[in-house]
Design a binder for this molecule. Structure first.
Ligand code: GRG
Length: 306
């Protein structure tokens, strides 16, 4: 398995898939024209401001891991794009003055800095809603059976909403300036960041026709990768520069936020990230070479520098 992870050129794979996702986003996102042009321009600004596209790529890779159908990636593209729309909305709203009040995102001025606060709120609302338009629009069915599509919609809605990302954000906001236990931090991480990452993997697996035991394994994979992602995010905030991150570094400490490095120190945090990746790889043990991109993505998530 270790060999398989090394065999795949993850940088090349990411470049290829990022290009496919960005092209699909451009085709599937509403055009900035007509009476709503200004509003749609704000949505598109944040959507195309860069970003690693981790969630859509995890979705495509999970579909490929469980399917023999060479067309599965094409069928999953609207789902992948919907995940990126939801993620981008969460970043726009997270940056607002009422939340993290950040000026920089993906190396560019945040949506509210560029378009004003009201338009940024609406751009986020528009992206969230458009995600479900994409997911449910039969015109974008392209091979996904309705039962799979319904299961995907439910999985993503649950993960993005109050039992997932939105709830996690609410817990995070409520914890600001308070001393919290580690268990509570883990709950925040799992819901705020982990839930959408797990849903991205599950959505891909559902689209690829995974059976119950494959779905259970994919859930374990997604949960561990989501945790690794958040641990590394905490770590990068401490060890990287604003230039490298494209968003303000050191902001967790400045806001007295509870993080993995604050609880365990930098070195132990690194080890915890490694442990989470090892768990994610163990979850994929029963999958063949078609899961190699997923394995390589798990590795990339801890090795990344932004
Ligand atoms: C406002 C409802 C609502 C939710 C916000 C995701 C989130 C919840 C807040 C973002 C705050 C944050 C920095 C979380 C840490 C993990 C994370 C989601 C990082 C950003 O995701 P990346 O690294 O970003 O995938 P790019 O720009 O590459 O897409």
């Amino acid at each position: 398995m270790g060999v398989a992870v090394e065999k795949l050129d993850i940088k090349k794979y990411l470049r290829e898939k990022q290009k496919i996702v960005v092209q699909a986003l451009d085709e599937l996102m509403l055009p900035a024209e007509g009476v709503f042009a200004d509003h749609i321009r704000a949505m598109r600004y944040s959507l195309f401001a860069g970003g690693k596209r981790v969630r859509p790529i995890l979705c495509l890779a999970a579909g490929t891991a469980v399917s023999d159908d060479g067309g599965v990636e094409q069928s999953l593209l609207p789902v992948a794009c919907a995940l990126e729309c939801i993620h981008t909305y969460s970043l726009i709203h997270d940056d607002l003055p009422a939340m993290d009040n950040d000026d920089l995102r993906r190396g560019n001025p945040t949506c509210h800095k560029k378009f004003g606060e009201a338009e940024a709120i609406l751009a986020g609302d528009g992206l969230l809603t458009y995600a479900f338009d994409l997911l449910s629009n039969p015109a974008h069915g392209r091979g996904l059976p309705d039962t799979s599509r319904l299961a995907i919609i439910h999985t993503i809605a649950r993960a993005a909403g109050s039992p997932g990302m939105v709830g996690g954000q609410a817990l995070d906001m409520a914890a600001e300036g308070r001393k919290i236990e580690f268990d509570h931090l883990r709950t925040i991480h799992r819901s705020k960041t982990g839930a959408l990452i797990t849903a991205s993997v599950l959505a891909g697996a559902l689209g690829g026709g995974a059976d119950e035991s494959q779905l259970a394994a994919m859930r374990r994979f997604g949960d561990s990768v989501g945790l690794a992602f958040q641990i590394v995010d905490d770590l990068l905030d401490v060890i990287s520069t604003t230039e490298e991150l494209g968003k303000p570094a050191g902001s967790d400490e400045a806001q007295h936020k509870a993080t993995y490095p604050a609880f365990f120190g930098v070195e132990n945090t690194r080890q915890l990230a490694e442990q989470a990746v090892a768990e994610s790889l163990a979850a994929l043990e029963r999958f063949d070479h078609r899961a190699d991109p997923l394995r390589a993505l798990a590795r990339y998530i801890v090795d990344r520098t932004r």
